[in-house]
Design a protein around this ligand. Structure first.
Ligand code: DAH
Length: 342
């Protein structure tokens, strides 16, 4: 053995030790490190045993170097063991009598709270709950609702099309559920359809590309606009209080004729006029009307025999008014500081 060779071996041992020490994560691994390098038949002992083969003049130097290394290894292993021991001691000295951290119990999202309440009101009035797919064909989302090709609602700006042919869309409203229900059931029909809808809107304080609606549909013999008004008034009063007023304004939707938009007296100021209702005392809820006989044609309903009404409702809009939430995006950001207030 030459002194050059042993110097190289010492250098390799040093590097190996540093690498292995960096991997140590617990006291068991620190013990293993000690045995591997400092044990009686460890790597350092191997090198010590080579000293005898060196020329006497070089033995001294190499011996000093090895002893120095042994000291360094021992110090490093001691430090590692001390570190893990103090962590283990800290775990053992945990004070079990200290009060625990509060645990938050999950609860309904504000939109779910409002949706559940809306559903409860309509169930009490004899409506059942229907569901439809969120991914629709253009037939259900537009055509069977008498929304013709070329109608602005079919524009790329408003609708998320799934395919190049523009045949599959993310539903832009819950109205297509009306068509599914009527295809599968003859009158009398009395359903609400709550669910998620999608529109290609840039998010801002009042727009979100995903939002929720509750659709309503009632078809039977002799159903009149006055029934629609009665149901909407009963809903407004049961949900928001007996002093609520409603009003209908003429409007247009392709799937209802005549069509209206309806407002509730402001949920905050109760009609006196405030910042939320812009001083008018009214807040717009959504659209409604008598089902257009054109829609009945698509589902093979006898338009001579049956009439019906339909209405929509924006869930975020109601929740924003009710809880005075200034920005629709707050419902979707999942900020726990916001959510835990409900
Ligand atoms: N689907 C309409 C929308 O998203 C809302 C609507 C209007 C629904 C009139 C109806 C209705 O059922 O009769 O804007």
């Amino acid at each position: 053995m030459t002194s050059l060779k042993i110097k190289k071996r010492i250098q390799e041992l040093k590097e190996g030790f540093l690498r292995d020490a960096a991997e140590v994560r617990d006291s068991k691994a620190a013990d293993a490190l000690r045995i591997r390098y400092l044990g009686r038949s460890g790597l350092l002992a191997d090198l010590f045993s080579l000293l005898g083969s060196l020329p006497t003049a070089e033995k001294k130097d190499a011996g000093r170097e090895l002893n120095e290394l042994k000291k360094q290894f021992q110090e490093s292993v001691d430090a590692l063991q001390a570190r893990f021991r103090s962590a283990a001691d800290a775990a053992c000295s945990f004070d079990y009598t200290l009060p625990g951290d509060p645990m938050w119990i999950g609860h309904k999202h504000p939109l779910q709270i409002v949706m559940s309440e809306i559903q409860a009101c309509f169930k009490n009035m004899g409506f059942s709950v229907a569901q439809g797919p969120e991914m629709e064909t253009e037939y259900y989302n537009f055509e069977a609702l008498n929304i013709p090709r070329g109608h602005p609602a079919r524009d790329m700006q408003d609708t998320f099309f799934i395919d190049e042919e523009k045949e599959i869309v993310l539903r832009t409203h819950t109205s297509p559920v009306q068509v599914h229900v009527m295809e599968n059931q003859q009158p009398p029909v009395r359903i609400i359809a709550p669910g998620r809808c999608y529109r290609n809107d840039t998010p801002d304080a009042t727009h979100s590309p995903v939002f929720h609606q509750v659709e309503g549909l009632c078809v039977d013999e002799g159903v009149a606009f006055s029934d629609l008004k009665g149901v909407i008034l009963a809903f407004a009063r049961s949900m928001f209080g007996s002093d609520m007023k409603i009003r209908f304004r003429p409007s247009f939707f392709p799937f209802t004729e005549p069509s209206a938009e309806y407002d509730f007296s402001c949920l905050i100021c109760r009609g006196k006029g405030c910042r939320v209702c812009g001083g008018s005392g009214w807040v717009e809820i959504s659209g409604a009307g008598m089902v257009n006989p054109e829609v009945f044609k698509y589902v093979n309903y006898d338009a001579e025999r049956y009439t019906g009404y339909a209405f929509g409702m924006g869930v975020e809009r109601i929740a924003m008014l009710l809880y005075e939430v200034p920005d629709i995006r707050m419902f979707f950001e999942n900020d726990i500081r916001f959510l835990k207030q409900f």
